[in-house]
Design a protein around this ligand. Structure first.
Ligand code: C5P
Length: 237
């Protein structure tokens, strides 16, 4: 279990991101940076956040032919990121190529970034999966299957709900990482998240890392909210 909650930097502009990170000058964070900021600002935004001393989960969800993903990953790993992801639906050959790309791109002596799979997007319902992907199993079976394929392809873990962590680890291995969004401290607003867990519960359910966005980014005092969630996640409160 990683002691730092991953803070989702779901901001539209670098300016907003800067204003937010200004509040954390004495904290070394683990942040999740997504397509929104990366596609508009490119590798520069990654370098800038790394220079501030923060760790980065680059949430770009790659999905393409193996050769393209290999080359993309090789370039991204050179940015000294800490975690990155792909869609398991891209297949095991693509996931293996992603892993090789990461290993080939990681600077000498740097730690190889963790490679995580997205199984079924949480925006996909079972009905959509049946009708649009023509997968006739249950959504959970598909998630478990993709987790197993990802594990066999050499990935480090998957993004999932805290409620799925135990079953995924039972079906793969106890050290297969479960990166879990949908975290809400008790009493906070759920927003569009449905299957939420508190930080304490996520820990009990077997999450390896929690991803927290709005409960921190939209808080009146983001630093206090972060420290409180961190304490809860670490069982210190
Ligand atoms: O604001 P909130 O805490 O809901 O943010 C959670 C973050 O995790 C967002 O960046 C969201 O896109 C991401 N995420 C998620 N559910 C998934 C995968 C990613 O909420 N299944």
């Amino acid at each position: 279990m990683n002691d730092k909650p991953i803070v989702a930097l779901d901001f539209s502009t670098v300016e907003e991101t800067k204003d937010f990170l200004q509040l954390f000058q004495d904290e070394s964070l683990y942040v999740k940076l997504g397509m929104e900021l990366y596609y508009q600002n490119g590798p520069e935004v990654v370098r800038w956040i790394k220079d501030l001393g923060h760790q980065i989960f680059l949430d770009l969800k790659l999905h393409d032919i193996p050769h393209t993903v290999y080359r993309a990953m090789k370039g991204l790993a050179a940015l000294d990121i800490d975690m990155i992801n792909v869609h398991a639906a891209g297949g095991s050959e693509m996931m293996k190529a992603a892993k090789t790309g990461i290993m080939d791109g990681t600077p000498t002596h740097a730690e190889v970034p963790k490679l995580i799979a997205v199984t079924q997007l949480t925006s996909t319902t079972e009905e959509m999966m049946h009708q649009e992907q023509l997968i006739q199993s249950s959504l959970m079976e598909s998630v478990i299957h993709y987790a197993q394929v990802s594990k066999r392809a050499g990935l480090d873990g998957v993004v999932c709900s805290a409620w799925e962590a135990e079953l995924i680890q039972k079906s793969t291995s106890s050290n297969f990482l479960c990166i879990t969004p949908g975290i809400r401290p008790s009493g906070s607003v759920y927003g569009d998240q449905k299957r939420v867990a508190t930080p304490e519960l996520a820990k009990e359910l077997g999450s390896s890392y929690i991803v927290v966005g709005r409960p921190i980014t939209q808080a009146i005092d983001p630093l206090s909210a972060y420290l409180e969630i961190k304490q809860q996640w670490n069982g210190e409160k």
